[in-house]
Design a protein around this ligand. Structure first.
Ligand code: T4K
Length: 382
């Protein structure tokens, strides 16, 4: 058994030798960025693989989120979730938009559509839900609310690469969807991201926004930024696509092994099962509930001392970070479901090269910890 530390994830990488011919081409043609040939190829390849009409590649998911809000001219207030990575809400602040946080669904941990309407005010212009851990939001309910109140919907789909729901790619819902291709994601380009658009018009506008707003060599029409993906990342993406299905299969096997191994452990609950259509198994969150003898943090620390580094995604809640708390962005009644999840969840290690023996070891530790702690509570004679 390896004694090297285990992390919550490890990036998948294509074989190094496969990269060399592509690098030789880049060295040859000297096009490093600004919409080069590999950038174009990757956009098309991703549209084909994901089953989406238009994609604009970005340098990372955060810049893509910021640009997506700008592209739809979102202002005022946006309804979003406190249970996410902080980039979701930060993208709103970067656009001078007030995030209005709404509690989550206890099963999926996604924004609860039943709580959205009460948070709508005359200043609300959009909803920004997150497909947390790659589990699809209730897209129909959100769409229905958006239509009735004339709101835009921008999905933070950073976790949802390749995920399908009842009507094909989950990325085709809402006005725009934003992906992350960070090193920690199921599909990585080292750093990277993308916006999925429903039509060519908005895609072209987004493409201008991510390139300073250039219309042509001498004309700037919009206040854009620099969000472009470079040619190296695009090449990595093209190679990653060759292996993605195999990697998702390996993740699926790990997901199944965890679920099977943990199903009898009292006080440990696995997150909602993967979507039957297509999941990406990007995270493996467990809830450490009240009837488990250790608290979530005790189990987290216990695992850490033996080199197993799970992560408490998403603790603290975004609304508990000082910058949000001090700006009065907490709801009066708080976010009981999100707070509870933030206190209970550990994301266990999952990645395509994660060894089955390590999955078994983690299950055994969680089981053993449960039994031994119970015994010690009964006293020495037990
Ligand atoms: N929206 C949502 C819902 C998101 O989750 C994210 C990003 C975004 C938007 C923004 O997308 P980007 O702008 O990042 O494209 C990580 C990632 O940095 C972040 O991308 C991700 N979400 C978030 C959930 O997780 P940390 O602080 O946990 O990363 P870090 O460096 O601690 O990495 C976790 C583990 O992964 C390490 O312990 C070891 C392993 N690792 C990490 C890196 C970076 C590697 O093995 N190699 C690596 O290169 O935030």
């Amino acid at each position: 058994m390896s004694k090297t530390p285990i992390f919550v994830t490890q990036p998948s990488l294509p074989p190094l030798e496969d990269l060399i011919p592509y690098l030789e081409q880049i060295w040859e043609n000297k096009v490093l960025t600004n919409g080069g040939p590999f950038h174009k190829q990757l956009e098309q390849a991703l549209c084909d693989y994901l089953g989406v009409p238009y994609i604009s590649l970005f340098s990372n998911g955060t810049i893509a989120l910021i640009t997506a809000l700008k592209a739809l001219n979102i202002t005022g207030e946006v309804i979003t979730t406190p249970y996410s990575f902080v980039a979701t809400a930060h993208s709103l602040l970067w656009n001078n938009i007030k995030p209005v946080f709404v509690d989550i669904d206890p099963v999926t941990l996604n924004l609860n559509p039943n709580k959205i309407e009460a948070a709508i005010t005359p200043n609300t212009s959009a909803i920004m839900p997150v497909h947390v851990y790659g589990h699809p939001c209730d897209v129909d309910a959100i769409n229905d609310i958006a239509k009735r109140y004339n709101l835009k919907v921008i999905y933070d789909a950073a976790h949802a690469f390749g995920v399908q729901c009842h009507c094909g790619s989950v990325l085709n819902h809402g006005d725009l969807s934003v992906l992350s291709f960070h090193a920690t994601k199921v599909f990585n380009t080292f750093e990277g991201g993308a916006i999925v658009s429903p039509n060519a018009e908005i895609k072209h506008y987004i493409d201008k926004l991510k390139n300073f707003g250039f219309e042509n060599e001498v004309s700037i029409t919009y206040c854009g930024l620099n969000g472009k993906m470079n040619e190296f990342s695009a090449v990595v993406g093209l190679l990653q696509l060759q292996h993605i299905d195999e990697q998702l299969e390996k993740r699926k096997a790990i997901d199944e092994a965890y679920r099977e191994g943990l199903k009898e452990v009292l006080g440990i609950r696995c997150h909602a099962p993967p979507t039957p259509e297509k999941s990406n198994y990007s995270y493996f969150p467990i809830f450490v509930e009240e009837d488990y003898p250790l608290t979530r943090d005790q189990l987290y620390e216990k695992l850490k001392t033996i080199g197993i580094n799970g992560r408490r995604y998403f603790y603290p809640l975004i609304t508990d970070f000082a910058i949000y708390k001090e700006n009065g962005l907490q709801a009066n009644e708080g976010f009981p479901i999100a707070s509870h999840a933030a206190e209970q969840v550990i994301c266990l290690p999952i990645y395509s090269e994660f060894l089955n023996q390590n999955v078994r070891r983690i299950i055994e530790i969680i089981e053993r910890e449960s039994l031994s702690t119970k015994k010690s509570l009964l006293g020495p004679q037990a």
